[in-house]
Design a protein around this ligand. Structure first.
Ligand code: 26A
Length: 325
């Protein structure tokens, strides 16, 4: 088997983030739980946007954030996801390609009338983010968008659990995992968020137990997956099921279970500005470490470093912000 051209292929919902600082009262008024993600339609997106002061508009999407941070850390990265050829889609594409990331996905024609996805990220003064996502063009991401050559040419294919929220994207996810397996490459999964785990628990169980080489999750997502309240119990269960599990625990650090061993890696203390994308960045640092053949503890430290970088600033990307007109 020849060496793959890319260290990492990320596949996910291609989203533009609309960031706005708000008070807790606004989030309460919208009826959303603090820290949650709610799927919304286009009119609701406009209605929320008209009620807030938009700070900036940047490339987003969980897997795309991971792709960008990993590329920043020196990994050779490809990305697959669906945008429309509209202004937001052009920004998303430019952002990705500026990082040297291979992004071969065909955009939807603007004339189709389905805009590029957007995520309104409301950030409280404490730095907690609550998200409202309109998926737009992401719902048109299908198995045909998953190019066999791109999957076969990446050492690791990293998939968002979030793809399970739409049927065609779910098929694309499963297709990508099969292609990676066929090409003898590794498959990584992130559980995305606790609500996503609630929606797709049975499917995620099956993936973790049988189809995934590397699992990324935070503590709450892991507890939700196994429907337990005790972290140690969840760790015991995941250890029995996966080769490599990478669990983040916020200020309590990260736990990496791999090669039959458990490593508890403390976090580095940072001043929290906005936690959006912290998990995405951690995964990026970890995966960039793996691509350099570092040991698991060093990979987790790189994860901490990347997450620390993202938490101390607004938004989920290390790139310059741009504005949408
Ligand atoms: C299916 N949904 C709802 C989503 C997302 C999402 N990424 C993929 N699928 N909803 C929000 N995000 C992204 O999460 C990042 C923070 O981890 C946002 O775009 C944000 O950049």
């Amino acid at each position: 088997m020849s060496a793959p051209q890319h260290d990492l292929l990320c596949i996910g919902n291609a989203i533009v983030d609309v960031l706005a600082p708000v008070g807790q009262d606004l989030i309460d008024g919208l009826g959303a739980a603090a820290g949650s993600m709610t799927l919304i339609d286009a009119p609701t997106a406009h209605a929320i946007e008209s009620r807030v002061d938009i700070e900036n508009v940047t490339g987003g999407g969980s897997g795309a954030n991971t792709a960008v941070v990993a590329a920043r850390m020196g990994a050779k990265v490809a990305y697959l996801g669906k945008v429309t050829a509209d202004e937001a889609g052009d920004h998303f594409t430019r952002d990705i390609r500026e990082q040297g990331i291979t992004f071969p996905s065909e955009p939807l024609p603007a004339a189709d009338g389905t805009p590029t996805a957007r995520c309104i990220v409301l950030v409280t003064p404490e730095g907690q983010r609550t998200m409202f996502t309109y998926l737009g063009a992401c719902t048109e991401f299908t198995p045909e968008d998953v190019h066999e050559s791109v999957v076969a040419d990446a050492a690791i294919t990293y998939l968002e659990g979030y793809l399970y929220d739409k049927p065609q994207a779910q098929e694309a996810f499963e297709h990508a995992a099969r292609l990676a397996r066929k090409a003898n490459r590794q498959v990584a999964l992130t559980l995305s968020d606790t609500f996503c785990v609630e929606r797709h628990r049975a499917a995620f169980h099956e993936l973790v137990a049988g189809h995934v080489d590397i699992l990324f999750a935070n503590e709450a997502e892991l507890l939700a997956l196994y429907e337990v309240t005790d972290f140690e119990e969840a760790v015991a269960q995941v250890s029995a099921e996966t080769k490599l599990a990478v669990i983040t625990r916020g200020e309590k650090g990260a736990v990496v279970i791999g090669d039959g061993e458990r490593h508890d890696v403390p976090t580095t203390e940072v001043k929290v500005v906005d936690t959006t994308g912290a998990g995405d960045a951690f995964a990026a640092g970890f995966l960039a470490g793996l691509s350099r053949k570092h040991d698991l503890v060093t990979c987790a430290k790189l994860g901490n470093q990347a997450a620390g970088e993202i938490i101390t600033r607004y938004g989920a990307r290390p790139t310059e912000a741009f504005t949408l007109t």
